[in-house]
Design a protein around this ligand. Structure first.
Ligand code: SAM
Length: 423
């Protein structure tokens, strides 16, 4: 392909890049290009059956000038140059296309996007790369470091914690390369941050590293991956009628306003369908389970992370909620065991990591007496798993997208399914 090819971008594809066709008919995957735009291509890689390219924008009506000083290089917010309404339209299209191509659903029922809170300052946790005294995000498409002074999508509490980290790194001798990354997390409204450091492989902690941890630890919670935690390190996240506790380094949703809308959707959806019992698969620290239990349902859950289950039990005990039936385990094994024992639930919640729940779906379907709700941050594995479930006798009732990650192509997907009535 020559470098000066011009084309009109047709759509966005999973991963967030634009898609267009070269004059020879081959597909082009184009970074930084959006549907309807006329762009000139710069070849990045020729992969024979398709090309990867970067875009020089020639015409595009829905662009905005990002206020972020590192927008052009940072790999964090790939859709930041696009107006918010356009981002949301394209996310819905991404999901619609995945449902059609991978799921085989031509007309997903009820498909719409749910928004809440602000499109800036929403992230309650960020994972930053550390290179000695420098801290930042990976550059787009590479592992180069883009140094970050502030991050416009991070919550103000997280921004303040980043500034404290930068000040501590800037004092004294430069830090070595003992840490690979650090996750900063703050519950909304809390002035206390948690810094979760991941050690670089094979590197010992230096005196300078220890001094850094001690300095941050005066105000905040500091944990190094692999070292035992304490209950004093749990962060409290409010969920309306109840709260959850989260241990450092464990999963929590990033956008709390949207998460609260998501939790409301699950609790009200359960109520509308008359569910009294539930199974929460991949339950984390109880983001869905605690509100459902607080609403009077009975349930059990499974999660691979032991600190998450310990935090869930602690949060339940503190709030007088009965949560004895939550176990540490892998969903594939535990769901099969429950299914073999003949357990059935009026509501089954499935919220797997990005790879989806493929190997567990047969057991999951057997556990479902009435309703299943699938939550996922990957439209393609989501659509694949929905297809498998509908092939096993469940019917797709409603699909929703939640705009959990504004300024990026990522989208949280939710589907309600019910058991088909026997004829
Ligand atoms: C997307 S998170 C959802 C957590 C929770 N539902 C929430 O909203 O906070 C996925 C969770 O699955 C857990 N996990 C990953 N693989 C698992 C497996 N094979 N079995 C059980 N849990 C797993 C992760 O530790 C993580 O807590």
């Amino acid at each position: 392909m020559k470098n000066d090819v011009e084309l009109i971008v047709e759509k966005v594809v999973p991963g967030g890049r634009g898609f267009g066709r070269l004059p020879d008919g081959r597909p082009a995957m184009i970074s930084g290009a959006f549907p309807g735009e006329r762009v000139r291509l710069r070849l990045v890689r020729d992969r024979k059956s398709y090309v990867e390219a970067e875009a020089e924008l020639l015409e595009g009506e829905r662009r905005v000038t990002p206020g972020c000083p590192v927008a052009a290089t940072c790999g964090g917010c790939d859709w930041i140059p696009l107006e918010l309404e356009a981002q949301r339209e394209h996310k819905l299209e991404l999901l619609r296309e995945a449902l059609r191509r991978t799921g085989g659903f031509d007309e997903p029922p009820g498909l719409r996007i749910v928004t809440a809170g602000e499109p800036w300052g929403y992230r309650t946790r960020i994972r930053l790369q550390l290179r000695g005294g420098k801290v930042g995000f990976h550059a787009a498409g590479s592992h180069d470091l883009v140094e970050i002074e502030e991050c416009l999508v991070s919550a103000p509490e997280v921004g303040a914690a980043l500034s404290r980290l930068r000040r501590a790194l800037g004092r004294g001798t430069p830090l070595g390369d003992e840490f690979a990354s650090v996750e900063i997390r703050c519950a909304p409204g809390s002035s206390r941050a948690t810094y979760f450091f991941a050690r670089a492989r094979g590197r010992a902690l230096s005196a300078r590293g220890r001094a850094l941890l001690a300095e941050l630890g005066r105000e905040d919670v500091v944990v190094v991956e692999g070292e035992p935690g304490t209950e004093a390190e749990l962060e409290r996240f409010e969920l309306g009628e109840c709260y959850l506790l989260a241990a450092p380094g464990t999963f929590t949703q990033v956008n709390w306003a949207v998460n609260r809308a998501l939790v409301r959707e699950i609790v009200e959806g359960a109520r509308r369908r008359g569910a009294r019992s539930f199974a929460d698969l991949y339950c984390g620290s109880g983001n869905f389970s605690l509100p459902l239990l607080a609403a009077g349902l009975t349930g059990k859950g499974v999660e691979a992370s032991a600190p998450s289950i310990a935090a869930l039990r602690r949060a339940a005990t503190e709030q007088g909620i009965e949560a004895a039936s939550f176990e540490v385990g892998r969903v594939t094994e535990v769901a099969r065991r429950w299914a073999r024992a003949g357990e059935r639930f009026e509501l089954v919640i499935v919220d797997p990591p990005r790879a989806g729940a493929k190997d567990a779906l047969e057991a999951i379907e057997r556990l479902t007496a009435g309703t299943l709700v699938m939550v996922s941050c990957d439209p393609v594995t989501f659509a694949r798993d929905l297809r498998a479930l509908t092939g096993r006798g469940l019917v797709l009732e409603e699909v929703l997208a939640f705009d959990m990650f504004p300024q990026t192509h990522h989208v949280e997907c939710v589907a309600w399914l019910r058991r088909a009535q026997a004829a």
